[in-house]
Design a binder for this molecule. Structure first.
Ligand code: GDP
Ligand code: MG
Length: 206
């Protein structure tokens, strides 16, 4: 049987950079120009299958509005974070950098962080160059990519790159909190891991 892993992924970034749109594109392959802001935290899952057949299931936590004061709750136990900025808004990169500093200080030290420049379809209005963002990401040891939730460009790539970067052979403590589906669907590794963490078989909804 192929290996299956499950990880918690959080999206962070300034409001309106396209976090919810990226999730919608990744999970449902849809885009909506007029979508309403997310109320509360949305929780979705999507699985990426790697070339060797390993499947990586992401539990995706999308934040909305209340990030500022509830952020630690979102990124607690996160295995990976996608920090999003809008390539047409310089200020959104500054905001992304402040999120990254916070994650580097407060999140699990093994967290995999990807910096994501969204709205790549609006290149004519670009304010953040690829060079600037990529240089910053390199200095901080982050993954980096540009995406367009609107066209779909780069979206699957960034999640697949994260899946490849995650410690798929690491000790259980490096992985997500618990198996959501029953034992038959989640794979041996995942269940073993859930048991070692005090029987947390449900994701944290707090
Ligand atoms: N042109 C373009 N617009 C986008 C893209 N991603 C999101 N948007 C638009 O930006 C606005 C904010 O998106 P949303 O996903 O709600 O941002 P969030 O607040 O970060 O979750 C919406 O009007 C989206 O339709 C993109 O890649 N390209
Ligand atoms: Mg949103």
């Amino acid at each position: 049987m192929s290996k299956q892993f499950q990880f918690k992924l959080v999206l962070l970034g300034e409001s309106a950079v396209g976090k919810s749109s990226l999730v919608l594109r990744f999970v449902k392959d849809q885009f909506d120009d007029y979508r309403e802001s997310t109320i509360g935290a949305a929780f979705l899952t999507q699985t990426v299958t790697l070339d060797d057949g390993t499947s990586v299931k992401f539990e995706i936590w999308d934040t909305a509005g209340q990030e500022r004061y509830k952020a630690p709750m979102y990124y607690r136990n996160a295995n990976c974070a996608v920090v999003v900025y809008d390539i047409t808004q310089t200020a959104s990169l500054e905001k992304a950098k402040s999120w990254i500093r916070e994650l580097q200080r407060q999140a699990d030290p093994s967290i995999v962080i990807a910096l994501c420049g969204n709205k790549a379809d609006l290149a004519a209005r670009r304010q953040v160059t690829q060079e600037e963002a990529q240089k910053y990401a390199e200095e901080e040891g982050l993954m980096w990519g540009e995406t367009s939730a609107k066209t779909g460009e780069g979206v699957a790539d960034i999640f697949t790159a994260i899946a490849k970067k995650l410690p798929l052979t690491a000790p259980p403590s490096a992985r997500a909190g618990g198996a959501r589906a029953g034992p038959a669907k989640t794979g041996v590794d995942l269940n073993k891991q859930a048991n070692t963490q005090g029987g947390q078989n449900e994701p944290c909804n707090c």
